[in-house]
Design a protein around this ligand. Structure first.
Ligand code: SF4
Length: 393
């Protein structure tokens, strides 16, 4: 039986030329350097902030992009899972509230967070216990399925979407043609090249800003600087951006770190929504206690003090003193009332303005609230039509 790696290596295409380059042309088998030869070439990938140099036959840090014959090959033609989520779960609170987000993911990640809540897909090629059989898919089929479920947004999520950007763009092209919005749920470890590549095809972007300490990021396998640069760049490009921080007791929850983190977000824009969400024990991080409601409320106050206008506390519905709701930054009127992913009340004007004082609330709003298809995730009925590749071998 073929290994998961063999199966995935058969489902690849050449990377988009915008996302890699040759950095050393190598030499021919005779040992002489040949100008036009790609044999033994070293290449560099720009799909994420690692910017891996990759020798012939080798893989990048993510394990899913590799150099074969001097060309970069990247994942294509499968999903590790699809799910219909309320958009509030991503979380996006300032983009078409109540909409259904058709969410798909592949396998692999450029980081290795010990508390990952999607570790079965993200660590599939690193951790033998992470087993998530891929399903054969094509972009048109996924978008047709999204429309059939009533989705308004198609989201690349569950694994790190930056490392599988060619596939995401293929799906997003179809989604845009069908009138759907498109989104990334990402760790934000991008490069200028990958953000420019995505720019024409993506409307919403959620960055998981995990810490404001470079030492913590290095523990997770990354660096903070590419993430901060990506946040600035995404906002500058006009892509709708929301930021989430999973609050982990003893890891990233000191007042000092939260103050610096939220001051950074406010320095980019006070209008960027910041979600602080509760950690629960998962994967290899089982020692910190679960986050308490009062921890979220404390963090939210720090964000407000930093000047952020839209601060939300998540994962503990009904226990965070109204911090799930959207209020007008100017007059304080309650505009969207939520419990968990459920919209209880929606008062925003069709223009996206506060009906009390007329202040514009930033976001990607509908003309009106059309109700919710679901306030909890569910599997699309047609998922069974996707072919389970492992079973077919
Ligand atoms: S996506 Fe990131 S980790 Fe993967 S090969 Fe490219 S630069 Fe390296």
């Amino acid at each position: 039986m073929p290994s998961l790696r063999d199966i995935l290596d058969a489902r690849v295409v050449e990377a988009d030329p915008a996302l890699w380059e040759t950095i050393d042309k190598g030499s021919s088998a005779s040992g002489k350097t040949e100008k036009d030869s790609t044999e033994n070439a070293r290449i560099r990938c720009y799909a994420c902030g690692h910017r891996c140099p990759i020798a012939e036959g080798q893989r990048g840090v993510c394990k899913v992009r590799f150099n074969r014959g001097g060309k970069l090959y990247v994942p294509y033609g499968y999903v590790a899972g699809v799910q219909c989520d309320p958009i509030e779960k991503k979380p996006f609170f300032h983009a078409v509230p109540g909409a259904l987000a058709y969410s798909f993911g592949m396998l692999g990640c450029d980081l290795h967070c010990s508390y990952c809540q999607n570790w079965v897909t993200s660590q599939a090629l690193r951790d033998p216990e992470a087993v998530s059989p891929p399903l054969e898919a094509d972009p048109a089929q996924l978008v047709k399925d999204a429309l059939a479920q009533g989705a308004r947004v198609v989201v690349s999520t569950y694994n790190e979407p930056l490392i599988t950007s060619e596939w995401a763009v293929a799906v997003f092209r179809e989604a845009r043609a069908a009138g759907l919005m498109t989104a990334y749920v990402s760790n934000g470890n991008g490069t200028p090249q990958v953000l420019e590549y995505l720019r024409p095809w993506i409307g919403l972007y959620k960055v998981d800003l995990k810490s404001f300490d470079d030492r913590h990021y290095r523990q997770l396998g990354g660096r903070i600087e590419p993430i901060l640069e990506s946040i600035r760049a995404l906002h500058g490009m006009g892509i709708w951006l929301e930021i989430v921080t999973l609050l982990i007791p003893g890891f990233n929850d000191s007042d000092e770190e939260l103050r610096r983190l939220t001051e950074f977000v406010a320095s980019v824009s006070v209008d960027i929504p910041w979600h602080v969400t509760a950690f629960h024990q998962d994967y290899k991080m089982t020692s910190p206690a679960d986050t308490r409601p009062e921890d979220l409320v404390r963090a939210a106050h720090i964000g407000r003090d930093a000047g952020l206008r839209y601060v939300y506390a998540g994962n503990l519905p009904g226990r965070v003193k109204g911090l799930e709701n959207t209020h007008c930054y100017q007059c304080g009127a309650m505009l969207i009332r939520r419990v968990g992913y459920w919209i209880e009340e929606y008062k925003l004007a069709p223009s996206g303005a506060c009906p009390e004082c007329g202040a514009m609330i930033p976001g990607r709003w509908s003309r009106q609230f059309d109700g919710q298809i679901a306030a909890a995730p569910f599997l699309p009925r047609s998922r069974s039509r996707l072919v389970r590749i492992l079973e077919r071998q």
